[in-house]
Design a protein around this ligand. Structure first.
Ligand SMILES: Nc1nc2c(c(=O)[nH]1)N[C@H]1C(S)=C(S)[C@@H](COP(=O)(O)O)O[C@H]1N2
Ligand SMILES: [Mo]
Length: 532
């Protein structure tokens, strides 16, 4: 206890006991230890994961969280963050980790157990989450464990440097500094560890980008020629900004994949099995070699609020699902077409929907390009008339024909309907929200959809006036939206426009507003604007 060598730097501000011995360091400093150790643990885990070509522990925890998202929370997340919900989730996890590190660190000024305990618990959570992810390997589980070992080691070293009482007692050693902790050495360790965390963090990010680049490098430059492109007529844009086809870059993206699944075309095969006479296994090349069809189909998300953006219309290329099922030979009594993605997401829809003559497709192309990774490369399902969450599996790997009781799709146990036909809807796109208009002639325009039924009439009314029929774009297909326009002579003041569609079954959109859960929103889209 008498190491008073003159070179030792003594912190004159360190709290001293009456006997002249240092008491425990302040909570603030041990909180900092927590933060640095936590950061190093997480970034080490991320680098290990990146080296092993697997999702980071943060994404693994995030995905496990998504898997347990109840309906109300999913709605809230989409409502608050829209398609930034993935970023919001990651930021949320990082905030939780920072808080836990700071708090457990601050309680570790006397004994290291709170911080060590927190690191163990969180790495266990990371390992557990990784273990339940489809596509994870042993590296996914090792990553948080290795991260936690590094985090614990640095936590103990730093706590020892600030004379943590418990560590002093159990590891007296040469660095003991009873008259104050070795501030210079502590700062050196803390800054080295922080720089290390930053470097590891950016290395991990680099690794993830390389992984995505490697996947995308397998996407071919072009698609095979289309043999049958009936139904692929591209309408003219209406009112400037509004276009019939949604460009790939503007197409909404909704999925549970925090990080893209690893796609490897060398091993990828689409399996079709279950209640079929012949199991099929198709390589990407097998699909490219089949006669290609092209269909324009509007897909939309059940989470699309009235007037919402989660809908898009694209020209899809691929093969009819029915042709594949004919080759496989669906057995009688089959009820469900259940599909699974590379990352373990699932959904199911009535097998009848695939064979009732509608253009249900296995798609490999979107608007003339091979499917972008975000939209399901190498292959996905596109089924007109039912919401994406029951049909549109991206990164498809497996189709099983079975009975309803055999398997249930991802979102159904979380409170969403098993059967989910798309509801007839319409939206005002132009003028944009809060856009100011000039008095006189103005174009009001938008889209209306009732996939696989078709849009018959769109009506608009201004300021609770009479419903007036809008002009409709050419009726290209029942499976796509139609653009509508209305020439309105505006007068100064504040105005409200409302739209409603009637589909070819004679159904007119109900005014009754219902939420997106459990099977899609209803109600009329309303937009306010000022004419000045
Ligand atoms: N693998 C996978 N496929 C998926 C999903 C998913 O979470 N994972 N989400 C579905 C949902 S809810 C919708 S609305 C559509 C959206 O397709 P897009 O992102 O290409 O617009 O994809 C469907 N396919
Ligand atoms: Mo969706």
């Amino acid at each position: 206890m008498n190491d008073l060598s003159p070179e030792r730097e003594i912190d004159p501000n360190a709290p001293q006991s009456s006997a002249g011995l240092q008491v425990d360091p302040s909570r603030k400093i041990s909180a900092l230890v927590g933060l640095v150790a936590g950061a190093l643990a997480v970034t080490t885990g991320m680098v290990v994961a990146a080296l092993g070509n697997v999702a980071s522990p943060i994404d693994a925890v995030g995905s496990s969280f998504i898997d347990r998202t109840p309906r109300w929370l999913k709605e809230l997340a989409i409502d608050w963050f829209g398609t930034n919900d993935k970023t919001a989730l990651r930021v949320g996890i990082v905030i939780v980790l920072i808080l836990v590190s700071l708090i457990s660190g601050s309680f570790s000024n006397k004994s290291p157990s709170p911080l060590i305990g927190a690191i163990v618990v969180f790495s266990f959570l990371g390992a557990l989450s990784a273990s339940e992810r489809t596509g994870s390997t042993w590296v996914s589980i090792a990553a948080p464990c290795i991260g936690s070992l590094v985090g614990m080691a640095i936590a103990l070293v730093m706590l020892r440097q600030i004379n943590n009482q418990w560590l002093l007692k159990h590891f007296p050693g040469e660095s003991q500094a009873p008259l104050g902790w070795d501030r210079r050495r502590f700062i050196r360790t803390a800054s080295t560890a922080s720089v290390g965390a930053v470097v590891l963090g950016s290395l991990a990010q680099n690794g993830e980008q390389n992984r995505i680049d490697r996947i995308e490098s397998q996407i071919p430059d072009s698609l095979p020629t289309v043999a049958d492109s009936s139904g692929n007529n591209v309408g003219e844009p209406v009112a400037g900004e509004l276009s019939y086809i949604t460009p790939n870059d503007d197409f909404y993206r909704i999925d549970t994949a925090l990080s893209f699944p690893n796609v490897n075309l060398d091993t990828w095969k689409l399996r079709i099995h279950g209640m079929v006479d012949n199991d099929l296994e198709l390589t990407y090349q097998d699909i490219l070699d089949m006669p290609q069809i092209e269909r324009t189909i509007t897909i939309c998300c059940v989470s699309n609020e009235i007037g919402g953006p989660y809908i898009g219309n694209a020209v899809w290329q691929g093969v009819f699902l029915k042709d594949l099922l004919d080759r496989a030979g669906v057995q009688s009594g089959a009820e469900q077409l259940f599909s699974r993605s590379l990352d373990g997401w699932t959904c199911g829809f009535p097998v009848d929907v695939a064979i009732d003559g509608r253009d249900a497709m296995l798609a490999i192309g979107m608007n003339g390009e091979p499917l972008p990774l975000a939209h399901g490369f190498p292959a996905r399902l596109i089924v007109p008339g039912i919401y994406g969450y029951v049909s549109a599996t991206k990164w498809l790997k497996d189709i099983e024909i079975n009975k309803w009781s055999d398997a249930v799709g991802y979102w159904v146990p979380l409170g969403w309907s098993r059967d989910a036909p798309i509801k007839t809807q319409s939206r005002i796109d132009v003028p944009r929200k809060n856009q100011e208009l000039q008095p006189g002639l103005n174009k009001i325009a938008g889209v209306a959809w009732a996939q696989h039924t078709g849009i018959e009439i769109v009506e608009i009314r201004i300021d609770d006036g009479e419903w007036i029929e809008a002009a409709l774009s050419e009726d290209l297909s029942d499976d796509t939206w139609r653009l509508w326009t209305y020439d309105w002579v505006a007068t100064s003041g504040k105005h409200t426009a409302q739209v409603r569609a009637t589909d070819k079954s004679g159904y007119t959109q109900t005014e009754t507003v219902t939420s997106v859960a459990p099977d899609g929103a209803t109600g009329w889209h309303t937009r306010n604007f000022s004419v000045i």
